[in-house]
Ligand binder design. Structure first.
Ligand code: ADP
Ligand code: TRP
Length: 328
């Protein structure tokens, strides 16, 4: 059976870029595959260093997954720190990873270019991600476009390890849907928590309205024809509108006479309709922390057993098995 794995950093509330770019695929893949999804808290520690905030964000991500349809009877949903062996594997991988491979990572270079003072964790972030993926010997990794290079790095690390110590790891493939690979944010750049340009999945009321009406558009006069494909309100509308309605707005753009306010208002209605039915369910789950904790704990335990099996092979292959039985 194909083993699917992905992680989302608990570095804030999830936005519709996360949903259409990643989470929706995570949920769809549950039907026919063995899926493991986790809150990448060790990754988030490179930027979030407040324990209360980390706990709250982790719970928020878990609630979003469960609300949107993660089925805990078939899929594992867990916290990265519940499988501490990934950090051990990270060290072992660090020793087969050339510096140059990480120095070329776009995500690291972008963050440094934005003025973030990098810590060592941020630099070696892709090695930890490789350990996440490979410790469960995963085959498929559904993510948005920004993670593509990290999966290529994972394949390189797996190949280097296998070459040096024996074939333990399958080389995983990324799974990136072209139409939602990069969901734009309010300012037209990639929607991202770190740009503050997001529409949260569970935004509602005046907040949601303010965000949508604030989408940046160009200053083409109302009467002029416009190109829909480069226009953020249209690209976002395509995520939630029927094909007939998309066609309708496509025509309206191209024939001129349409103001951006009109499509924004319709986008507001459609987004609201899309997520509104789930808001009560989320509130219900938020009121049952014991249930959520049970899911995370039990999933973490199962994931750790899988990781443990891989680590036995890795320790044997690298030449330092642990010489005493693990404590109970
Ligand atoms: P952010 O950039 O907001 O910090 P994350 O890096 O935590 O988001 O992303 C979690 C998942 O959501 C990843 O698989 C990522 O590729 C995907 N994702 C994030 N932003 C977008 C976007 N704007 N469009 C498509 N996918 C996205
Ligand atoms: N780096 C990913 C992101 O920011 C999160 C992540 C951590 C991840 N480990 C992973 C994604 C393993 C896929 C597989 O979105």
């Amino acid at each position: 059976m194909v083993r699917v794995l992905s992680g989302i950093q608990p570095s804030g509330r999830l936005h519709i870029g996360n949903y259409f770019g990643a989470l929706r695929q995570h949920l769809a893949l549950q039907q026919d595959n063995q899926c493991l999804y986790f809150m990448a808290s060790y990754h988030a520690l490179t930027t979030v260093q407040n324990p209360q905030e980390m706990r709250q964000n982790t719970l928020d991500v878990a609630l979003d997954y469960l609300t949107l349809g993660l089925d805990p009877s078939r899929t594992l949903l867990f916290r990265q720190q519940d499988v501490p062996e990934v950090t051990e594997l990270t060290w072992i991988f660090s020793c087969v990873t050339p510096m140059g491979l990480l120095e070329r990572a776009h995500s690291y270079k972008d963050k440094v270019a934005r003025g973030i003072m990098p810590n060592v964790g941020l630099f070696s972030y892709p090695v930890l991600m490789a350990a996440d993926i490979l410790i469960y010997r995963s085959h498929l990794v559904p993510v948005g476009m920004d993670q593509k290079q990290h999966i290529e790095i994972t394949r390189d690390i797996a190949a280097k390890f296998n070459n040096q110590f024996g074939e333990i790891f399958p080389l995983p493939d990324g799974y990136i849907l072209e139409e939602t690979a990069v969901v734009p944010g309010l300012d037209g750049r990639k929607m991202s928590k770190s740009y503050g340009n997001e529409i949260e999945i569970f935004d509602e009321g005046p907040d949601l309205k303010r965000r949508i009406m604030g989408i940046v558009t160009d200053s083409t006069p109302v009467e002029d024809p416009k190109d829909p494909e480069t226009s953020t309100p249209f690209v976002l509308l395509k995520l939630v509108a029927s094909p007939e309605e998309v066609e309708h707005w496509d025509q309206r753009y191209r024939s001129g006479g349409m103001g951006y306010g009109e499509i924004k208002k319709r986008l507001l209605v459609l987004l609201d309709e899309h997520f509104a039915p789930l808001r009560d369910r989320r509130r219900e789950l938020a009121g049952d922390p014991d249930y959520v904790e049970d899911v995370l704990r039990e999933s973490g335990r199962k994931a750790r057993m899988m990781a443990h099996e891989t680590m036995e092979l890795v320790r044997e292959a690298t030449g330092f098995p642990i010489s005493y039985a693990p404590p109970d």
